[in-house]
Ligand binder design. Sequence first.
Ligand SMILES: [Zn+2]
Ligand SMILES: [Zn+2]
Ligand SMILES: [Zn+2]
Length: 152
Amino acid sequence: MQADAHALRQDRAGLILGRIAEQGHRMTGPRQTVVECVARRNDTFSAQEILDQLTGQGLPIGRATVFRTLELLTELAFLHRIHNEDGCHLFTVCAERDHHHHVRCVSCGMVETLEAPTVEAEIRRVVEGRGFDLLDHVIDLVGLCSRCRPST
Ligand SMILES: [Zn+2]
Ligand SMILES: [Zn+2]
Ligand SMILES: [Zn+2]
């Protein structure tokens, strides 16, 4: 079980690196290190956290490299942006291509994807009711996951 999860995350780094190469982006050693670092994460993280983690391991990785690599991964849709309570950007690894939302546990940072078709329809209805052509929307949900909820 543990080994499978580990193998999956290894594959994820390989998959992401393969896609980046396919698209003709230059892959330097430091960029690859950033990709391998984030591919292991199942929670949310900020660019600063990744930078701190890598420099804490004594790796010579610059702030710009971390920020640019996370931007690239977001463009390629391997990372999704999530806003936290302070309005700060967080990222999460997410392979989901169809429109969806995320719910994030404020305690452990774990993230799940959600689809809510009736909510989507209602958003469209109220926005179009105001004469708008709806182009996009962002809804991030926060809560306490089943593991972090105090048991009653
Ligand atoms: Zn997502
Ligand atoms: Zn939690
Ligand atoms: Zn939506």
